[in-house]
Unconditional design. Sequence first.
Length: 584
Amino acid sequence: MTCVALLQRIGLALLAMLALPCKAQTTHVYLDLSGPWMRIDANQPPHPYRLPRTTLVTDGPFRLEREIQLPADGLTGLAILMTPLGGSFEMTVNGQSIGGLKPSRPWLAPPTHSIVLTVPDGLLHAGSNTLALEVGAIRVIDRLATGVPPASPLLGGAVELRAIAEGGERAHQLQRIYMPVDTVAQLVFCAVLIWLSRGSRYRKAMLWMAFYFGAVVVGFDLLVSLDIFAGFSRTPRDWLAPLNVFVWNAAPTETSLALLEWAPPVWLRILYYTMPWWGWRPTPFVIAVVNLFLLGLAIRRRNRVAAAFQWLMIGYNLTTVAILPPFSVPQLIPIGPMAIHIIPGYRIFIGLGLILILIRQSVRDRNERERLASEVAAARTVQQLIIAGDVEGVEAVYHPADELGGDFYQVLPLNDGGLLVAVGDVSGKGLKAAMVVSMVVGVLRSHKHLAPAALLSQINRTLAGSLDGGFVTCIAARIDAGGRCVLANAGHLEPYADGREIALSCGLPLGVASDAEYSETEVHASSLTFVSDGVVEAANAQRELFGFDRTRSISVKPACEIAKAASAWGQNDDITVVTVRRAV
């Protein structure tokens, strides 16, 4: 005997006890009519048929009969509390009809609440009485899906049975309130996920889960709510069952793959998702195994967001498994006067959990971006300080393409009144290139007394083996007070002297080979112009380069004009220009 049936019988007993002090004519018989009735079909022998039934299936018309024994007292003011059978029916007592149910709108689902049929006084008598039900074609009522527990057919006082029916209906409405609450909650999750997806690194995963919540609500939960509260037929829900299975399987799996940034073959995913149409529905056991595999992959990749989501989905599928045989855990969990269906309730938990996980990770990502931006800004400030210089007769312009550039220049006064000028370019960008620039500048300042070739050799030995495949181009020039200039080049662009390109012996870039050697060239000129490859490689919208000819034609102009011309043409790399004007 179920707990509901036990409580019902206790309640009936209490009502009967309250009726004992009353007069005989107000004492009403209370009789539980649940249990076996005799079913009589047109072409079959009679056989037992139990009432009530949890799930009723489509069937043809038939007749149910039952004999009851009644006492001599309390046979007035009676009624029968009847659970609907899913279609039209008519009840007779001792051969006389007392009413029944004939739905006026057959396209709507039959009601699931109990019906009270009044028994006219005198129709029932002491001793044996015959109850009969003429049942039409039954339409499906799945009370496990609707959350409406079956009520036992009862015989008793009309007033009391109406009170029981009304109280039961109110209780059922409270128990079924989970479905609209779940529907609204999932629609909210859908909207929140779409809003959070804007600009998020998890945009694809968020949109898949938003689709999941939206499709489940529209394709299943909303129809269930209409079935329960508005009496709509469950036929559309049955039609959409394969689609619901597809969404239930495909959307969370695609969400998992998006979080993992892993894309298995498309044909394999399509085959897995379309199994319901091929005649095989993947059970929650199978889906749980797939979730376990994805969890292992997330742990191996150290993807905390994907792993947390997999734990949520594993719990969901194991909960689904638990309500199936052989476990058959109750689907409704009573909470006070209400009840929650564990499957839709867990979907609320999944939505809330996923949103919290993504918000937490987004906050972490934002903090990390802010930290990196702060470090890059500090590094850029340091870089600007270490490459800055203000010497009479020298003009320098430095325009990095990104926050941290790879170009550098140094203009260092010497003790004999001369100048050391160095211009270079580090392969790569970002913080690593900025750190290499710091190393090069440190060597330049520490060994500025060396001749240009010896200085490049010193820098090369310092960098060799520490650039992880990278390199540095650099040109060094030592200019004395009289205008004599000695230059050495390590793979950098050749400078310009009085508007002419200087032909230099070009050595290997720095950091490539520790034993590289560099030669020196002496020139006399009133003006020298050093540029980085960001000037000649500037490209316009037609992908036409600024080029060497244009650079040479404006090489006698101030550094700011040269840099401005290259930037206006189309900057795509760091631009560095240094011009030196000295009396010859």
